[in-house]
Write a protein that binds this ligand. Structure first.
Ligand SMILES: [Zn+2]
Length: 521
């Protein structure tokens, strides 16, 4: 569901800020096709919830004065309010409302509540007790029946509708449990200037600087398997959050929420979930497919370096050499290329190829370049998908991302703003630890075995990495704007050395991965 959700998100064109009527959405249920009107706003597609219910003969009630819409199924009620990001789902059996938070609010147009359909699918699946999937941007398919609609869903605990608090900066927290982790939004009235985190003995400490908290509203017990307890204290001029984390803890991250004083703390699960204990699932995770992505190709030459060397030729050369080494020395691992000749492949398709082949590692190969040629900058860099921390890294990502100009539908890519990064990061969170490990092994190997210097592991927002649901890195193998790097990268010896280095990192990584899998299962 999640993987698909991102593809749909990426496929939606970005346009103006007013809702515009677009092509109807076709809904296929029990081999019957129906359609509902659709609107689009800031790249997000909306449908009228009432019309949706009407068309599908779902029992519903619409309050004409408030615009609230309530859907009623046999076992659940689903309530929406106009211009509100919360959807409330209440199981009739318990009567206990669960709040579901959308990344964006519902919309109000022509006296109707419009819901951002792709973000509402999970909640709708619960009340309809059936899988919902977009087959194409405007074709929604009802899939198989869901027997346990409450399992493995994203719930938010505790909407902060507490009475106003005075004298504190931090006024509460909301917790959303996601499939691959937990998201904690810290509500702050004041900008939090900086934060630190550390982990010791199953206790994750996060310090938010120069704010104070109403700790009665931030302390919680018994949250999930992942977080057993949150203990907050005001220490000097700072706030200290201590999370007691369970054995399923993997990594965590703190981020400022754009255009808000809030911060979001994401705490991630391990990749191999405890529920995956049967053999079939073990097989599912086996290290059996490596996806090699030669950057650029066809009409997109990539960077042009000294003596007119083209990035696309070098990346393909390294990719094919690496593939051959894997085939020869790791014959039980299948090699999948996103391209194996000089063709142009859209960035989003590269991730799609990787996912469709159940890749366990995605390696995107590129070359760096500077505007000035020749220049002194030289050496290899390894990149992870995360908000860029340095101007240089952001610039490199922008250069690599700019190739979408060669694509037919470049609007499909959502701009990687901080807010989108929170979503992307959540989707990638489970793999981040593994991506980091591979990046580190690669950097070490480059450092040890390449003549060229290794400039280390960096991070930025590369579209090509967003689409791949697996541990992934992007390698800038060297600067083709530098005389020596260009000569090295354009030579068979140089390309072989780099391929050998990547392969030796893959070998070390595979061992780490398999040990981790054994330990975690
Ligand atoms: Zn490139």
């Amino acid at each position: 569901m999640k993987k698909y959700f991102y593809l749909v998100l990426l496929l939606l064109p970005l346009q103006c800020t007013f809702a515009q009527q677009v092509e109807n959405i076709f809904i296929v249920k029990d081999s019957e096709t129906k359609s509902v009107s659709a609107w689009q706003r800031e790249g997000i597609v909306y449908v009228s919830l009432a019309e949706f219910a009407e068309v599908l003969s779902i029992n519903y009630y619409e309050n004409p004065s408030t615009g609230k819409v309530e859907l009623k199924s046999n076992y659940f009620l689903l309530k929406t309010t106009p211009r509100n990001p919360y959807i409330i789902v209440t199981p009739r059996s318990t009567g206990e409302p669960k709040v579901y938070q959308l990344p964006t609010s519902t919309y109000w147009k022509n006296d109707e509540t419009l819901i951002p359909i792709q973000f509402t699918l999970d909640a709708l699946e619960i009340i309809l007790e059936q899988e919902l999937k977009f087959e194409s941007p405007n074709k929604l398919i009802f899939g198989k029946k869901i027997s346990s609609p409450l399992a493995d869903k994203e719930w938010m605990y505790d909407v902060p509708d507490l009475p106003p608090t005075t004298g504190y900066d931090i006024t509460g927290i909301t917790i959303t449990e996601k499939v691959n982790g937990t998201l904690i939004r810290v509500h702050s009235k004041k900008r939090i200037p900086s934060y630190f985190s550390s982990l010791e003995d199953d206790e994750l400490t996060i310090i938010l600087r120069k704010v104070n908290a109403d700790i009665e509203r931030t302390n919680r017990g018994e949250i999930s398997n992942l977080i057993q307890e949150i203990d907050t204290r005001n220490v000097g001029t700072d706030v200290e959050f201590k999370f007691k984390v369970g054995s399923n803890y993997s990594t965590s991250e703190v981020m400022n929420v754009p255009e808000s004083n809030d911060v979001i703390i994401t705490i991630h699960n391990k990749v191999f979930s405890k529920s995956d204990q049967n053999k079939k699932n073990m097989e599912k995770w086996e290290f059996d497919v490596v996806v090699i992505d030669a950057g650029h190709g066809g009409k997109d030459p990539g960077a042009i370096g000294i003596d007119n060397v083209k990035e696309k030729d070098i990346t393909l050369g390294i990719a094919l050499k690496l593939g051959n080494i894997i085939k020869k020395d790791m014959p039980d691992v299948k090699v999948v290329y996103t391209r194996h000749n000089d063709t142009f492949i859209d960035l989003y398709k590269r991730g799609k190829i990787a996912n469709e082949n159940s890749g366990k590692l995605f390696i995107s190969i590129h070359c760096n370049s500077t505007k000035k040629k020749p220049s002194d900058a030289s050496g290899a860099e390894v990149y992870l998908l995360r908000p860029g921390r340095t101007e240089e890294a952001i610039e490199i990502a922008e250069t690599e991302n700019s190739v979408i100009k060669y694509e037919e539908n470049p609007q499909r890519y959502e701009k990687l703003t901080d807010e989108n990064f929170i979503l992307v990061s959540m989707a990638h969170s489970a793999y981040m630890k593994y991506s980091e490990k591979f990046a580190e092994l690669l950097h070490k190997d480059f450092d040890l075995n390449l003549k060229m210097k290794s400039r280390g592991v960096k991070q930025a927002g590369f579209y090509v990495l967003v689409g791949a649901s697996m541990p992934s890195v992007l390698i800038e193998t060297g600067f083709i704007s530098n005389k020596e790097d260009a000569k090295f990268l354009n030579s068979s010896t140089g390309q072989n050395q780099i391929a050998e280095s990547i392969f030796s990192a893959i070998k070390a990584y595979r061992k780490y991965y398999e040990d981790a899998m054994e330990a975690e299962m």
